[in-house]
Design a protein around this ligand. Structure first.
Ligand SMILES: [Zn+2]
Length: 323
């Protein structure tokens, strides 16, 4: 991965390239921004440029090859074991950083999901950040910088990353996945600028299953208790994708709310479901839409709190059909 092959993040890459050129690389960076937008790609590209024998991450020298194959001896990767990054992992890192680089001038450590550092690990890491070794670069990646110790944040050069604009992501997706313009726009809008979401397993969910999922929901009525229970059961059985499904529902009702208030059709996400949108629009009021959105929000909240999934979905659907 070179800087040039990364899509977007030009400002961030410029800053890093300028520091490389002026040999003013910071001891520690904090790359902060939403998951899946490419923070890790930029971090690996930086590591590659630091190790590269020609100095720019050429892609052809043995050092670049080692980074690409994930076996460069001076690149240390750290991420959560289980649910947290533990103190033993940070101690291992410290021992490693105390040694001289094996091949090049630098040692680089990448800590992905830095918000998962547990308190002991965070305090240990803070010591390393306070007494930086020469020629070591630590890059912390996080989508939740507020969860890091303020003292860790202040020791790092912070570099914020942003989602790609919807239109730009849609163009890239249309090219890469051979989608038509409408499909690409839907995928870009639902994945909220996250490449990982758009290219991963959610592509099928967003483009193929979305229509059916909405149909099952919209065919429920206040009196139809049996279909309601069976949809709740189906939803509860969805493993990792349930939250994304509820988000699809939210986006649909948000589209309706915007239409109700006279926003143009181009602003809708569900551009391919206009007929369904207008049919539903005729039976909704602003109040009923707001109540449905509220029920969905509560449903997602309950799921995060690990309540009984089936009960949470039944409660949510009842509130929605009553709205
Ligand atoms: Zn190289």
């Amino acid at each position: 991965m070179t800087f040039d092959s990364i899509i977007g993040h030009k400002r961030q890459i410029n800053i890093l390239q300028r520091s490389l050129k002026n040999q003013r690389i910071a001891h520690a960076y904090l790359f902060e921004g939403p998951d899946g937008v490419g923070k890790r790609l930029v971090a690996v590209a930086l590591a590659r440029a630091l190790f590269c024998q020609t100095g720019d991450g050429c892609g052809d020298c043995p050092s670049c090859h080692k980074v690409d194959h994930n076996n460069h001896p001076d690149l240390h990767l750290l991420d959560a074991e289980g649910t947290s990054i533990k103190i033993d992992q940070v101690r291992g890192l410290q021992q490693d950083l105390a040694l001289r680089p094996l091949e090049g001038k630098y040692k680089v450590c990448l800590i992905d999901g830095a918000e998962q550092l547990n308190p002991a690990a965070a305090n240990a890491l803070l010591k390393t950040l306070e007494e930086p070794q020469p020629n070591t670069v630590i890059i912390l990646l996080t989508s939740q910088p507020e969860k890091l110790l303020p003292t860790i944040r202040s020791r790092c050069q912070r570099l914020p990353f942003h989602r790609l604009p919807k239109q730009r992501l849609a163009e890239i997706l249309a090219n890469r996945l051979e989608l038509d313009e409408t499909e690409a726009l839907i995928l870009a809008a639902l994945s909220e600028g996250s490449f990982q979401k758009a290219l991963g397993k959610n592509k099928g969910l967003y483009l193929e299953r979305r229509g059916d999922l909405l149909h099952s929901l919209l065919s429920l009525s206040a009196g139809s208790i049996i279909p309601l229970f069976s949809l709740a059961e189906e939803l509860a059985a969805e493993k990792e994708q349930l939250d994304d499904i509820l988000e699809i529902y939210q986006v649909f009702f948000r589209d309706l709310l915007l239409l109700k208030h006279g926003r143009p059709e181009e602003d809708m996400v569900n551009l391919d479901l206009k007929e369904t949108l207008y049919r539903q629009l005729a039976v909704e009021t602003t109040t009923s839409l707001l109540k449905k959105l509220q029920a969905l929000e509560t449903g997602r909240y309950h799921l995060q709190r690990n309540v009984n999934r089936q009960l949470a979905m039944e409660f949510m659907l009842m509130r929605m059909t009553a709205a």
